[in-house]
Design a protein around this ligand. Structure first.
Ligand code: PRP
Length: 181
């Protein structure tokens, strides 16, 4: 049995449940994109690196992986501006593109990124999110969602608090006193 970190309130999504769901999501993507030349998978750093690695290893359709890094200062403003820290290696015009995110909270990041990438004229643009918080996500439609979770601070499977806990194999709720002492 895994010994639980004392900073964690409870495990929300156990390791085996995540792995099974990621396989299911990949199977659905394999089916939905069976007839395209290749799928351009874009992982959003840092949080999506583990989900992206697991998801893409279950893909049987032709695909390439790429990454973007975005700043998050916009989250605390009403403007919702998100800055690109690291951009894609290739142009995506005419390509079938899938954005891969670990979490959608306010929805600001994904909404902004979707607009930026849409303006680059991909053949199609879809979104794949491991967890979505049950709150107002800005009315943005997601194509593939792994889990819906309560509106609490979660860590693990790529998700962090101050860059810690990312490599836990499960998703857990962080104790309130850890992030709000
Ligand atoms: C997280 C996550 C999303 C974003 C979602 O990134 O990876 O990109 O927040 O939040 P939103 O829906 O409120 O916009 P974060 O800024 O924590 O950076 P990180 O992935 O590098 O940890």
């Amino acid at each position: 049995m895994t010994e639980q970190n004392p900073d964690l309130e409870r495990i929300l999504i156990p390791t085996d449940v995540i792995q099974k769901r990621v396989q299911e999501m990949a199977a659905q993507i394999n089916k939905d994109f069976a007839n395209i030349d290749r799928l351009y998978m874009i992982g959003i750093l840092k949080g999506a690196f583990i989900f992206m690695a697991d998801l893409t290893r279950h893909l049987t359709i032709p695909h390439v992986v790429d990454f973007m890094a975005l700043s998050s200062y916009g989250k605390t403003t009403t403007i919702g501006e998100v800055r690109i820290l690291m951009d894609l290696r290739e142009p995506i015009d005419g390509q079938h593109v899938m954005i891969v995110e670990d979490i959608v909270d306010s929805g600001i990041t994904l909404k902004y990124l979707y607009k930026i990438l849409k303006d680059r004229n991909p053949a199609s643009l879809h979104t794949c999110v491991l967890v979505r918080k049950k709150r107002d996500n800005g009315g943005f439609p997601f194509d593939y969602v792994g889990f819906e979770i309560p509106d609490v601070w979660v860590v693990g499977y790529g998700l962090d608090f101050a860059d810690r806990y990312r490599t836990l194999p499960y998703v857990a709720e962080l104790k309130r006193e850890v992030y709000n002492p």
